[in-house]
Design a protein around this ligand. Structure first.
Ligand code: SAH
Ligand code: SF4
Ligand code: F3S
Length: 448
């Protein structure tokens, strides 16, 4: 075991992936090194998620496993970061004796101090939330690659009644536009080809009168050969200006993750989602007019309190009307401290499961049909590397975030944009052949 050597595991959403890079930026700046060998580390960190109960159970199982590591290596400091740290605070060190450090999302700047406290034999606990912290000046620790995450805002003010995020991440605040543009410039110089701008609700981004559409436009012009993605958009705040901005810039991807959660207005109201299905479907229709070829993905919760069979059918209906390219689908999980926690969790587990399975089956068949319809079309993909299954194939992604597998070819390498023809499809993957290599500046949104 070396000293000043950190090992970190990341759970939960993309914001946590970005935060891990931030944390490693802060720690390497203080003389720590990063290792991917846990037995070589004297600091073991878990960056955790609280969004559903099973996310937290995963961490408890992991902590049980880490007991063995701590036995072999009693000097090692074990720390919990992220949303579980914020939610459970001191009770984490009281219940789990092997935890030495608990630091929430707004206190990462002081993580080195909390680690020092733990090295001194005390518990290091930092869980204050901030109204202003954006880590604007911190340079994240990024390994070389093609795809980078950038948090453009932190926190969430929406308070959907099922959701723990406003409690674990605090109030909404935006990072300065100039500093985001400067970061994109810097990673462009390092050869990155894709940036995903992150926030729980990016549409409420605001910095000095610049809204999210302004930020997207400013990001897109930094380097035209870099693709810009973003997530997540809340259906209430998605503006026409944003849709026109996506349409105008070929390197802003024609892909919008727009969580609907439920197809029933009654349930949406109980969820405090603040839109109706009519508003939502209107938005989809408008986006499809303004951005030809735009694709959508969504999040859906099954079994929210009081959800009836009729509500469930309405959710299936909405899926059929929108025909999402993809969906993240969950069973409702009550979270202490949220408004919905006070509602009776009255949909029986087996009904939740049955409804969820119907939702998943429907989405699979829709994805399959959408992908089948792509056969014979041409697409531009960004090549990301070998396919997972074989180094005789390359894997890339379309503008609309679909994975395409093509045969390996000597003239193509990771980071190239190539035009491909699709000749086969499953519900998850497209298969194609090379048509031609593109010049990066000819990057085009929609050529099919
Ligand atoms: N800010 C994003 C997503 C945050 S969490 C948004 O508003 O869409 C990601 C997804 O997890 C949510 O969209 C929701 O579908 C799901 N989720 C959040 N809390 C949940 C809970 N208590 N039970 C089940 N799913 C939940
Ligand atoms: Fe949670 Fe709603 Fe905020 Fe998304 S918008 S993070 S679901 S409270
Ligand atoms: Fe999980 Fe926190 Fe993200 S609860 S989903 S890691 S914001």
């Amino acid at each position: 075991m070396k000293t000043n050597n950190i090992y970190i595991e990341t759970y939960g959403c993309q914001m946590n992936l970005a935060d891990t890079e931030l944390v490693l930026g802060i720690l390497t700046n203080k003389g720590y090194s990063v290792t991917d060998d846990i037995s070589d580390a004297n600091v073991i960190l878990l960056n955790t998620c609280s969004v559903r109960d099973n996310a937290e159970q995963k961490i408890y199982n992991r902590l049980d496993h880490l007991k063995g590591i701590k036995r072999e290596n009693p000097e090692a400091v074990i720390g919990i970061l992220g949303c579980m740290a914020e939610r459970l605070r001191k009770s984490l060190v009281e219940e789990k004796k092997i935890v030495d450090v608990v630091v929430g999302p707004d206190e990462y700047r002081r993580l080195p101090e909390y680690l020092d406290i733990a090295f001194g034999g005390e518990k290091g606990i930092g869980v204050k939330l901030s109204r202003t912290e954006t880590y604007d000046d911190i340079i994240p620790y990024r390994e070389d690659g093609l795809s980078a995450w950038i948090s453009v805002m932190r926190g969430c003010d929406k308070f959907c009644t099922f959701c723990v995020v406003p409690f674990t991440r605090g109030r909404e605040r935006s990072r300065a536009l100039e500093s985001i543009a400067a970061e994109i410039k810097q990673i462009s110089g390092r050869g990155f080809r894709e940036v995903t701008l992150l926030g729980q609700n990016v549409n409420s981004y605001l910095d000095n009168g610049n809204d999210f559409a302004d930020l997207l436009a400013a990001s897109a012009v930094v380097d035209r050969s870099i693709r810009i993605r973003f997530t997540t958009s809340h259906p209430q705040d998605l503006s026409d200006k944003l849709l026109y901005t996506i349409a105008e810039h070929p390197n802003i991807c024609n892909y919008i993750h727009l969580p609907v959660q439920s197809g029933s207005n009654r349930v949406l109201e109980l969820m405090n989602r603040t839109y109706t299905i009519e508003h939502y479907l209107n938005l989809i229709e408008k986006a499809r007019k303004i951005i030809p070829g735009v694709s959508f993905s969504t999040d859906i919760i099954s079994g929210f309190p009081t959800e009836t069979f009729e509500d469930h059918i309405l959710t299936l209906d909405v899926m059929q009307q929108v025909r999402y390219d993809g969906a993240f689908m969950f069973k409702y999980s009550p979270r202490e401290g949220t408004k919905a926690y006070n509602m009776k969790d009255d949909v029986p587990e087996e009904v939740k499961t049955k409804r969820l399975n119907e939702i998943i089956d429907l989405q699979h068949s829709i994805s399959f049909e959408i992908n089948q319809a792509q056969i014979g079309t041409e697409e531009i993909i960004l090549v990301e590397g070998f396919s997972k299954k074989s180094d005789q194939f390359l894997s890339g992604r379309t503008d609309t975030n679909k994975i395409v597998i093509i045969p390996r070819s000597e003239e193509i390498k990771s980071g190239d944009y190539v035009k491909v023809k699709i000749n086969r499809a499953t519900s998850a993957t497209l298969f194609g052949e090379l048509v031609e290599k593109m010049e990066p500046h000819s990057l085009s949104a929609n050529i099919a």
